[in-house]
Design a protein around this ligand. Structure first.
Ligand code: NAP
Length: 293
């Protein structure tokens, strides 16, 4: 056996691809899902060494139970890897975004990642090669309009990854972050559903002010989401981060991510803002309206 790995958010997309890929490579995979139906669906995929576990990263009791299950299964062995992949996308203009949406976004994509990491660290310490891999994004380096909550969560994950990497260095527990660009997964459809839902609750004034931005971003998101790389390509990079002797701190995945991150590094902010606005086809010189009218 190559080792053992816990993957959060393995019901679909990148997490599921990681489970399948790592199972094929011979890892004992503990695939975190939130519903029994998703656990059953994974079992039907004829994965030899995958054990689905119920794991909601925002639920302390669920995390505790998952740790116990993994511990029981590993016996005296330690855990080789933790892939903090679970994530959601919350979108909406910050001016009107319900604060509960921002909380939810940070709870899943930031707080949940650390809660899971804390819970599994004792098992990772027991392994001589314990590693943590966080699923970041190029949105942790470059921001886009309407993606405020998501970008904030991925920027925060970048910082937490850097801190964890340094804090855990004395025990040689490596910590890496994966920074994919667009990957074709259900997350794109889910984010459009989410914005449509909160849009309904917006006051008329908000709809009037932000409709052109929403339409522009939605059109581009649809296009980008369909043209993304496959989730398997990200899974391959995760497998490298798990297996190489000296894992990198960051893995940028996909040409779009490489270009975006490079541009953010070298371009003056105002120029980058203009470029992003042009790319998204955002409205220019919108009429300044009094929000009380
Ligand atoms: N797709 C992209 O273009 C892209 C690019 C860069 C980074 N990423 C990152 O990659 C990761 C995976 O996203 P994906 O694209 O594969 O999307 P996805 O198919 O929607 O997968 C998201 C996974 O996270 C799970 N999840 C959501 N809330 C959870 C919670 N509270 N506890 C545990 N699991 C939870 C979902 O489970 P349920 O089915 O139960 O909701 C699902 O399994 C995310 O962190 C995302 O930010 C994606």
């Amino acid at each position: 056996m190559k080792g053992s790995v816990v993957i959060t958010g393995a019901s679909s997309g990148i997490g599921e691809a990681c489970a399948i890929y790592l199972d094929k490579l011979g890892y004992q995979v503990f695939a975190g899902v939130r519903r029994e139906a998703d656990a059953e669906a994974l079992k039907c995929k004829a994965l030899k060494k995958t054990i689905p576990i119920i794991l909601d990263v925002t639920d302390e009791a669920s995390i505790k139970t998952a740790v116990k299950m993994v511990q029981l299964s590993l016996g005296s062995h330690g855990l080789t890897g933790l892939v903090n992949n679970a994530g959601i996308v919350s979108t909406g203009p910050l001016e009107f975004l319900p604060i509960s949406e921002l909380r939810k976004q940070l709870e899943v994509n930031v707080i949940g990642q650390i809660a899971v990491t804390q819970a599994f660290l004792p098992l990772l310490r027991k392994s001589s090669t314990g590693r943590i891999i966080n699923m970041g994004s190029d949105s942790g380096k470059v921001c886009s309009p309407l993606l405020g909550p998501y970008c904030a969560s991925k920027f925060a994950l970048e910082a937490l990854t850097d801190v964890l990497r340094m804090e855990l260095q004395p025990w040689e527990i490596n910590v890496s972050i994966i920074e994919p660009g667009a990957v074709t997964t259900p997350i794109w459809g889910k984010s459009i559903e989410q914005v449509d839902k909160i849009w309904e609750s917006f006051p008329d004034q908000a709809k009037k002010l932000y409709l052109p931005t929403l339409e522009a971003v939605r059109k581009t998101a649809n296009k980008i989401g369909q043209k993304g790389i496959s989730a398997e390509e990200v899974a391959k990079v995760v497998s490298q981060a798990l297996a190489v002797k000296r894992p990198k701190a960051r893995y940028v995945v996909g040409m779009d991510a490489k270009i975006n991150i490079l541009l953010a590094k070298i371009m003056p902010e105002r120029v980058l803002d203009k470029l992003i606005s042009l790319y998204l086809g955002l409205p220019k010189n919108a009429e300044r309206q009094n929000s009380s009218t």
